[in-house]
Design a protein around this ligand. Structure first.
Ligand SMILES: *Cc1c(COP(=O)(O)O)cnc(C)c1O
Length: 358
């Protein structure tokens, strides 16, 4: 099989080393003669996996002691509802409207209280991260989307929300860079972009917010349940958690988040460099200072050329370059597991395509 370069937005590329390790261990985990998929989630062996996954998440991300790490299901999309259901309690929250994902989070929050849109980039088709937010002093929380996977914009620095907890959807850039937990009350991420397969959602929540959650909720939708039961109230997505553990091993092996962040910057620079030096052939859709280091969105001179570009790229082994159906154009998702070599191969293809298709 010829080498494929995977630029899918999600589910997305995982490190080859992780896939190989999972394959090696698939039928016989830890020498027990069984797969991790077919043993009790209350067994010593699985306990080792989930505890190690949590410990590595904590150490790599620098999660403070007073936060709880949870492995939930339902994707980031369930968090759009669970967050206001647990924390809004008929009161006010601030949301920053930066694109398709923020929009979905706002829609759900409106069911549980008053939503103040503290900033929006809707006027320019979500091509930038808004500044000068109109924050509500007595808001329950402020919600932002760290990286808009579809629009290709990313917060380089999160807003200072003072004593109001910041809640961040980090689905498409968690573990791509270091983060400062100073204002943070809760972060969440569906695993399938940067840290594992679909089926598990990582939630990291400050303990005082867990305590403050609404009481009269159905058991599975209450953070209190999962915090108290250490993500083992019911059967968790065992295999997906196991893969996260392997991805954490891989990140450690790369030198941790500082090293990962540096490679991600080089990758983003390489591909934006080609766009910026193409004499307008490739047009980045995002405001330069807000350009995502995970999802590079760009257009070609015509839709016909975009289609040709995507088809020829596919033939050459570059998969998943079609933009999201809601916005069109092209998108190269360059998550952690995409190496600089893959990005450089793509930039060479882009240069040649531009030369051949003027
Ligand atoms: C993919 C994505 C989601 C949706 O995640 P699901 O796990 O499919 O629900 C939400 N937010 C962002 C930023 C995403 O990239």
């Amino acid at each position: 099989m010829a080498k494929k370069y995977n630029f899918y937005a999600g589910p997305a590329i995982l490190p080859q080393e992780v896939m190989k390790k999972a394959q090696e261990e698939l039928l016989d985990f830890n020498g027990i003669g069984l797969s991790i998929m077919e043993i009790s989630h209350r067994s010593k062996d699985f306990e080792g996996v989930i505890n190690t996954a949590e410990a590595k998440i904590r150490s790599l991300l620098g999660v403070p002691e007073n936060f709880t790490v949870m492995f939930l299901q339902g994707g980031a999309s369930l968090q759009f509802g669970m967050i206001p259901m647990n924390l809004l309690k008929g009161k006010k929250a601030d949301y920053v409207h930066t694109g398709e994902w923020a929009k979905k989070a706002i829609k759900e929050a409106k069911l549980f209280g008053t939503v103040n849109v503290a900033g929006s980039s809707e006027d320019k088709n979500f091509s930038y991260v808004p500044e000068n937010l109109k924050l509500t002093p007595d808001a329950q929380y402020v919600h932002v989307t760290s990286n808009e996977t579809i629009g290709g914009i990313q917060w380089m620095k999160f807003p200072d929300t003072g004593t109001v907890p910041l809640i961040i959807d980090m689905s498409s850039d968690i573990f791509s860079r270091r983060i400062d937990f100073k204002n943070i009350g809760l972060i969440y991420a569906g695993a399938q972009k940067n840290i594992g397969p679909a089926g598990v959602t990582l939630v990291i929540m400050r303990n005082d917010l867990v305590e403050a959650c609404a009481d009269n909720l159905t058991t599975m939708l209450s953070y209190k349940t999962h915090a108290k039961e250490k993500s083992l109230y019911n059967t968790p997505p065992c295999f997906a958690i196991y893969i996260i553990k392997l991805v954490m091993d891989w990140i450690e092996g790369k030198g941790g988040l500082a090293a990962i962040e540096k490679i991600n910057e080089q990758k983003a620079q390489a591909i934006y460099g080609i766009i910026d030096h193409s004499s307008g052939y490739y047009k980045g859709t995002a405001n330069v200072k807000d350009r995502s280091k995970m999802n590079v969105t760009f257009r070609l001179p015509s839709e016909e050329l975009e289609e040709k570009f995507i088809n020829e790229a596919k033939k050459a082994g570059f998969i998943g370059l079609k933009g999201h159906r809601s916005v069109g154009g092209c998108r190269a998702s360059i998550y952690n597991a995409m190496g600089l070599d893959g990005v450089l191969a793509l930039t060479q293809f882009m240069e040649k395509f531009a030369r051949d298709n003027q």
